[in-house]
Design a protein around this ligand. Sequence first.
Ligand code: CP
Length: 316
Amino acid sequence: MRSFMGRDILSLKDFERQEFTHIFGVARFMEDIARKRRNVDMLADKTMVVAFYQPSTRTRLAHEAAMHRLGGHVTGIADAKMTRAGDWYQESIKDTVKMLEFYGDVIVMRHFKQGAPAEAAKWASVPIINGGDGWGEHPTQILTDFYTVWREKGRLDGLKWLAVGDMRMRTMHSLAYGLTQFDCPITFVSPPEMSLTEEMKAELKNYSLDYKEAEHVEQAIAEADVILVEPVVQPDYTQARQEAGEHGFTPANYKITRELLQTKAKSDAILLHSLPRMDEIPPDVDITRWSRYWQEAYNGVVMRMALLGLVLGAME
Ligand code: CP
């Protein structure tokens, strides 16, 4: 297996099967540190730079919390508008990254432009972690989700997935690529205008992903072991930022309600959502035996601890 030291984390297309399980093992080790709520000194001599060109609550702060937990240092850009990359100059990724690489030892980037972290990786001498790029990918989120399933079920192979939401979403792309390494059939449910593109379908067939599509969650929920939900009411991920405005409600086809879970879902299925949510999972689902999104959020810190430990060479 290739070492993770110094590696960029850009896409789950780059991950081999045994690399997933290796990361899960490291995350399991980190979980004990996170649970104690006492920072250690594993990365005391390292600094993480965040470069966020789009809003984020979880991805940026989970990386920062992970770095603090491991005793490391954090600097960077939480709002690119307040830098030369986001003002009149519109400084290029290359010029920005050629600075940031001297400010720390790893860069976590979120960008509205698909491929921006890969562009950064071309120029940076330190590892780049993709924190979400346009409609591209969100690898650290799906690694978190896979870890949550692995911890709950003890395996990924043999589990049936249901993914509900906008299939243009970066999380959905990373999910599909990641599942190609496991024996995990998946059903995608999305509005027609948000369905998998023909290009993506061809790619997934090429990777031998066992997938099908359905129109309504009711058609697929009964056989699902893992239900992963994302909004269909959401901003345009190719924009730097959008203000709240008028928006519609989620149609029943793409909504997971308490009643649906009680009447149709497997009793031991688990429900994931990377958050933020709109109305696709009503709050009365939070305290049910299916919901795991708060555990998923906790694992978001654990997984980032594992990734930072690995790419910075503190863990093998
Ligand atoms: N799950 C996720 O990516 O959340 P943020 O947009 O808050 O980072």
